[in-house]
Design a protein around this ligand. Structure first.
Ligand code: FE2
Length: 362
């Protein structure tokens, strides 16, 4: 059932639970080019956790480490490793969004409450989505500080790579659970079904997955949801579910206006990207037609290209950014195309499977 959209303005931030937020901040600054802007911890009135707020353009992340073993976040890291705990929305009215979402079947994670410091107050609430991930609803009341109450300025400049916004965020769920979660986003948040891919689109000789994209009414928030499909061998989604102990965020796509510059800088700064098979570039020109970029440069940087009826897009995927083969990132530049690189899925999966094989999971 499709419900009217909840009034969600945009993604406020994404929070990651990590084992050592101080060191994770160093990584995200010096490789991805985020700038650390604020800190919350015992010194600022947040007794139980240390959190670092980092930003690049409109992409905001919080890296949080629990300081005590009984913190639920400690259990989160124990079970899932480092990864996303919260995709938080900036909403017009957190109380209303929460009440409406719960009335529509959303499960409460945090009742509406006010968080305050000397800079003012913010109203917050949260509901559960797939796995142990939540969606927070955030509405500033009279807050004039740097980010959120309890955070104080603590700037450490990153080596910028030109990433400037979230493009989409992908969830992996269990086999046969994709439609349930698509229905959930339709009925609880009022998101539309945007695109769907079946295992014929996304399969190799070894493994397959199905994916459906749900999006907010203005299309500014896009959440593809994947489930594994039967293949000859283990699906990359199954491998994720094994290591993450269940569903969770598989990748976050970050938007750039100049992917060649962004990928050059990120590579220089030590980000590990997936390598497309060599043959990928042999027939690229035939497949995608005329593009502004030099194919030799794209080949050198391993950047993938795909075209749909509206234009083309360029994209590239990192390897997982932690030891478990779980969360990774995508860098994407759109030149008209609104899709997700369907034409690249096959090439991409061959690359992912090379990695899976090296881990003994294929
Ligand atoms: Fe993606």
């Amino acid at each position: 059932m499709h419900a009217p959209p909840l009034p969600i303005n945009h993604i406020h931030h994404v929070e990651l639970a990590v084992g050592n937020a101080k060191q994770a901040s160093f990584y995200y600054r010096n490789t991805f080019g985020f700038t650390q802007e604020a800190y919350a911890g015992p010194e600022t009135g947040q007794r139980e956790r240390a959190s670092y707020f980092l930003r690049q353009g409109n992409a905001r992340i919080i890296l949080t480490t629990p300081l005590f073993k009984d913190d639920p976040l400690a259990r989160h890291i124990h079970e899932h490793g480092d990864g996303v705990v919260d995709i938080a929305f900036h909403v017009r009215n957190a109380d209303e969004s929460y009440t409406e979402a719960v009335a529509r079947g959303g499960k409460s994670a945090q009742e509406p409450h006010t968080v305050t410091d000397k800079n003012g107050s913010v109203r917050r609430a949260a509901i559960h989505t797939y796995g142990d991930v939540i969606h927070s609803f955030i509405t500033p009341i009279d807050y004039k500080g740097i980010f959120l109450p309890k955070f104080e300025p603590y700037e450490l400049k990153g080596r910028s790579t030109g990433l400037r916004a979230y493009d989409h965020m992908v969830g992996n769920v269990e086999d046969n659970h994709m439609s349930k979660w698509v229905d959930w986003y339709n009925s609880v948040l009022g998101f539309d079904m945007f695109l769907t891919f079946d295992d014929k689109d996304i399969s190799t000789d070894h493994s397959a997955l199905r994916s459906t994209v749900v999006a907010s009414e203005d299309r500014r928030i896009k959440f593809p949801i994947n489930e594994p499909a039967d293949g000859l061998k283990k699906s990359q989604i199954t491998e994720y579910l094994d290591y993450n102990n269940g569903p969770g965020v598989q990748h976050i796509a970050l938007y750039t206006d100049n992917i060649v510059d962004t990928i050059s800088t990120m590579t220089e700064q030590g980000v590990d990207f997936l390598q497309a098979p060599d043959a990928y570039y042999d027939h690229l020109a035939e497949r995608v037609g005329v593009i502004d970029e030099d194919i030799n440069v794209l080949k050198k940087l391993n950047i993938l290209v795909d075209r749909d009826d509206k234009g083309y897009l360029l994209q590239l995927f990192t390897k997982p950014v932690e030891d478990r083969p779980t969360l990774f990132y995508e860098v994407i530049q759109r030149k008209g195309a609104e899709g997700f690189g369907k034409g690249n899925f096959k090439a991409l999966f061959v690359a992912i499977e090379q990695e899976q094989r090296r881990r003994g999971n294929l």
